[in-house]
Design a protein. Structure first.
Length: 398
């Protein structure tokens, strides 16, 4: 009997001990927190619907004006913005950049109606230039002049400024990629050799749609050509002019008058050139201040028809006017260093203005712009129009 009681008590102790151990193990087991559901990353401001941007101000901050809806991974994000931004250069009568202007010194008019300046910035920034050289047969007698003038422009750059060198005949050639290495720039210019055909419109289209599309900051195209196109297959005057107007880059055409060179002197030799007055500093300074052209000589058309040369002249003027740049027209290029220095300074030192139009335009509508500065004896250079684009983008699945 005693032995049975001892066995019973021992069994009870064992059962109780195992139960207590199991309970203790469960109490020490760590709790696993539930995995949180990740929230979607907000759309960066740089990717929001782009406003109509004029001449190199694509990096200016934009602000949504009408609506902004951000949801989960499968929601639709809709952003609308109508901010219009543009670069503005303000010079005195001696061609010097006027610094120290404030937002209150500027007034913007759109289609004649005053607009409130909502964005203002004044900084000195480096820029990127596409140097585009016409190496077609019509320029073969001017190749040395074109190369010397291009070298002069390279010398006007600062260390942080960048440049790509391209040339075109029937085909388009990239002589050096975008770089700030002056030796590489000049070496590329020396490599330019003339060929057959003139695909001017195709070359301009290539620069607009391929070479400048991913370039940030201020940018411009310096184009050396006589303006005559003979072999373009894709682009036209109308298509490139329209594309340039919507581009946030300035065009500076340097027009060489090759009409007398192609008049022919027998045996394939160029016709004798008449004596022309050299371009003076006053000519160039006057063009910089007034936005006009530097004109020298009055040669009549030779190898090409008068209509071809007049069409080329008008085309280059339109490229400059619609982008906010300037055209330089000369029979012979001398003393262009002052003009190139002015171009470089104009690109490097600018004001950037922005406003929200009082009236929302329809897509494709042209709006006229006028900038007024409340200072006496100043010259204002800016784009004078823009085309309304689709300011709303719908992005699904972001």
């Amino acid at each position: 009997m005693i032995i049975k009681k001892i066995l019973f008590l021992s069994l009870a102790v064992c059962v109780f001990g195992f139960a207590a151990f199991g309970q203790s193990d469960r109490s020490r087991r760590p709790r696993v927190a539930p995995t949180p559901v990740p929230t979607p990353t907000p759309l960066p401001s740089a990717d929001r619907g782009g406003p109509p941007v004029l001449g190199g101000a694509r990096n200016a901050p934009t602000q949504p004006t009408a609506e902004e809806v951000i949801g989960g991974d499968d929601d639709v994000i809709r952003v609308e913005t109508n901010l219009v931004t543009m670069p503005v250069s303000v010079l005195d009568r001696d061609g010097r950049f006027i610094s120290g202007l404030q937002q209150r010194d500027f007034q913007i008019f759109e289609n004649g109606t005053p607009q409130k300046v909502e964005y203002f910035q004044s900084v000195e920034q480096p820029f990127t230039v596409i140097l585009l050289l016409d190496v077609s047969p019509s320029t073969q007698f001017r190749m040395d002049e074109i190369q010397r003038a291009a070298m002069t422009f390279v010398d006007s750059l600062r260390p942080a400024d960048r440049m790509m060198v391209m040339s075109f005949d029937e085909y388009i050639h990239v002589l050096c990629p975008i770089t700030n290495d002056r030796y590489e720039m000049k070496n590329a210019i020396r490599q330019a050799e003339f060929g057959d055909g003139t695909s001017l419109y195709d070359a301009v289209d290539d620069v607009i749609r391929r070479r400048l599309s991913g370039v940030q900051g201020r940018k411009a195209v310096v184009l050396f050509t006589d303006g005559v196109d003979t072999t373009s297959h894709r682009a036209t005057i109308q298509s490139t002019t329209a594309a340039a107007e919507e581009l946030d880059a300035l065009f500076y055409p340097i027009r060489f008058d090759t009409s007398r060179d192609l008049a022919g002197g027998g045996m394939g030799m160029p016709a004798p050139r008449r004596q022309n007055r050299r371009i003076t500093m006053g000519d160039i300074l006057g063009a910089i201040l007034t936005g006009g052209n530097v004109q020298v000589g009055s040669g009549a058309p030779g190898g090409g028809t008068r209509a071809e040369y007049e069409r080329g002249r008008q085309y280059l003027q339109d490229l400059a006017q619609k982008t906010g740049g300037r055209e330089f027209e000369a029979d012979s290029i001398y003393n262009l260093q002052a003009a190139f220095t002015g171009i470089a300074e104009e690109l490097r030192r600018q004001y950037t203005l922005g406003y929200y139009p009082d009236k929302v335009g329809t897509v494709g509508e042209r709006r006229q712009i006028k900038i007024r500065v409340h200072r006496p004896n100043v010259v204002v250079r800016a784009k004078n129009s823009y085309i309304v684009g689709d300011s709303r983008r719908t992005l699904a699945g972001i």
